[in-house]
Design a binder for this molecule. Structure first.
Ligand SMILES: C[S@@+](CC[C@H](N)C(=O)[O-])C[C@H]1O[C@@H](n2cnc3c(N)ncnc32)[C@H](O)[C@@H]1O
Length: 289
């Protein structure tokens, strides 16, 4: 949603901006054009492979560029390490990048077989394989229900536990087959593949996506200058709820003005051009004190 981000952040030449989810640097590239040679871009990502690509794409930027491998929940440390106290804008574009999703060896997708990994940070301790094989049936059921909003979560957890009794579950296709076999015959709730929600749930659990978000939003806000802006793009209702509630709380306290009363969604043209953007929602605010 580059146009929406551009409008929401209202970047001026010389601005200091944090891209908290650098990814492949697409949004950063656009932001560097706005902030120009006097500007300062700080890019954060927990994925080293993404950082390498973004660094290369941003090499033409002549302003100050700092790229740091970190979870965005460590934004306080990242900024203090760079000697930066306040910034003009922060962008969060949550979720996985196409680089992560499309690489079978990263294990995010069941479209091709790969190891059940799903770590955005390849150095993180826990993989999806660990979660699937080591959590109790109750824990698995809860997490698939909560993070996947999957109504057959209990049946899926039951099948996983039965399957792993004879063999460790190691690959994406192995897990997708188990999920398929757990569902009632002919079950086709909507257009998505029946394993999509279970995979989403595991990815959220492995990367602790919902645990780190509230504090990260608070920390980012605390570094905004008065008049500074923050935009968050989320891809599922659980994330959007956290963003909505966090932003509302800041507005109620009188610290922020909401720039989006309702979340912005991609135009039909963008959704057609980039089908993955279909579920994107963007919210933005301005710090007023
Ligand atoms: C949707 S992509 C961002 C794409 C980017 N805006 C672009 O234009 O290329 C999300 C990125 O955020 C990173 N990410 C997600 N959660 C993170 C977290 N808690 N800390 C740091 N990076 C995170 C992922 O590794 C991924 O590279």
């Amino acid at each position: 949603m580059p146009v929406e981000v551009d409008e929401a952040l209202a970047l001026r030449p010389g601005a200091v901006v944090v891209d908290a989810t650098l990814g492949l640097g697409g949004h950063s590239l656009m932001m560097t054009e706005k902030i120009g040679p006097q500007g300062h871009l700080i890019g954060i990502d927990q994925d080293e492979a993404a950082i390498a690509i973004a660094r290369d794409r941003l090499k033409g930027f002549s302003g100050r560029l700092d790229i740091v491998k970190s979870n965005f929940c460590g934004m306080d440390e990242v900024l203090s390490g760079l000697g930066v106290a306040t910034v003009d804008a922060v962008l969060f574009d949550l979720g996985v990048s196409s680089l992560q999703f499309d690489a079978p060896e990263r294990g995010f997708s069941f479209r091709s077989d790969g190891p059940l990994d799903m770590r955005m940070d390849a150095q993180a301790a826990t993989t999806a394989e660990d979660v699937v094989n080591e959590r109790s049936e109750k824990e698995l059921g809860d997490l698939i229900f909560q993070y996947g909003e999957e109504r057959f979560a209990r049946r899926i957890a039951q099948r996983i536990v039965a399957a792993r009794a004879s063999m460790r579950i190691k690959t994406t296709v192995q897990l997708a087959d188990i999920v398929l076999r757990s569902l009632p015959k002919g079950y086709q709730r909507d257009r998505i593949h029946p394993a999509t929600r279970t995979f989403q749930a595991l990815r959220i659990a492995v990367n602790r996506e919902l645990d780190v978000l509230p504090d990260a939003l608070g920390s980012a806000f605390s570094h905004l200058k008065p008049g500074g802006r923050m935009a968050v793009i989320s891809f599922h209702s659980l994330e959007d709820r956290i963003v909505k509630q966090g932003f509302k709380a800041l507005a109620r306290q009188g610290s922020a003005a909401l720039l989006t009363k309702r979340p912005l969604i991609p135009t039909d043209a963008e959704a057609a051009d980039n089908p993955r953007s279909r579920s994107a929602k963007m919210r933005a605010l301005e710090r007023i004190m």
